[in-house]
Design a protein around this ligand. Structure first.
Ligand SMILES: NC(=O)c1ccc[n+]([C@@H]2O[C@H](COP(=O)([O-])OP(=O)(O)OC[C@H]3O[C@@H](n4cnc5c(N)ncnc54)[C@H](OP(=O)(O)O)[C@@H]3O)[C@@H](O)[C@H]2O)c1
Length: 222
């Protein structure tokens, strides 16, 4: 049975988290946003977002969401509310950037993707890599209705088909086509520095599929 989504929890209320919140509210979802400093620090953003948005702790946002977006960098100490995310589809927007996150040898060597690490951190959740190769403002600038010629496409990767289905539906509602680049072990193909990531300004479904196929191990990350 398809996951019914009314409320989206969003852990991370920075550039991407706040923009996903705006896009979600626009198409009728409620959102519950969290950052690392506490809900009281999100008053201005919640006021701007208006009805349908509220702030909470990360654990409460995770508990409230029918699905949950994690729009915060991965940290190896696993700072996410694992129990509250159990049983849920979790959309991971993270791009591993060594200059910001430090070096993760397992990812650097190609042994695992950062999204497989996120899945290991959340063993009872269904993680999907989503929204990673689009700049936050383009969630509005590049959106267009289904059937628009040269509609912009985004990739999704997950080990769970039901998570791919949820992300595909959300992308379409937000104004984007989807290319399924599953499982998570293949998600490096859309990572920083790869052709699909470099073409983030615009790529159709066909162009994105070709860019994912053209990915090569060992390309330096920015
Ligand atoms: N910016 C983009 O256009 C873009 C596009 C695609 C993907 N990404 C990726 O998406 C991720 C987020 O990027 P961003 O640009 O949105 O970063 P950002 O503007 O720095 O925002 C990060 C947010 O995550 C919150 N956060 C960090 N750790 C947390 C925790 N343990 N619990 C709850 N909230 C936590 C921060 O809270 P505080 O402010 O309280 O610290 C902040 O609200 C990164 O991995 C980035 O590479 C970014």
């Amino acid at each position: 049975m398809s996951t019914v989504v009314k409320t989206i929890g969003i852990i991370g209320a920075g550039e991407v988290g706040s923009q996903i919140a705006r896009a979600a509210l626009k198409v009728g979802y409620d959102v519950v946003l969290a950052n690392s400093r506490g809900p009281e620090t999100l008053t201005a953003l919640i006021d701007e977002l208006g009805p349908g948005a509220r702030a909470a702790t990360a654990a409460a946002a995770a508990a409230a969401g029918d699905i949950v977006v994690v729009a915060a960098p991965l940290t190896l100490d696993n700072n996410l509310p694992v129990d509250e995310l159990a049983g849920k589809i979790v959309l991971d927007t993270n791009n591993y950037m060594a200059w910001r996150d430090g070096h993760y040898p397992m990812v650097d060597s190609g042994e695992k993707t950062e999204h497989e690490l996120r899945q290991e951190h959340l063993p009872h959740s269904k993680v999907a890599k989503a929204f990673t190769h689009i700049q936050a403002p383009r969630l509005f600038l590049s959106a267009s209705p289904a059937g628009t010629p040269r509609r912009h496409a985004l990739s999704v990767s997950s080990d769970f088909p039901e998570a791919v289905e949820v992300v595909t539906r959300l992308y379409d509602e937000f104004g984007f086509d989807t290319v399924d680049n599953s499982p998570l072990s293949e998600s490096w193909r859309s990572g920083p520095g790869q052709p699909a990531w470099n073409a983030h300004a615009h790529q159709t479904r066909e162009e994105l599929a070709a860019n994912l196929a053209a990915a090569k191990h060992g390309i330096p990350r920015p």
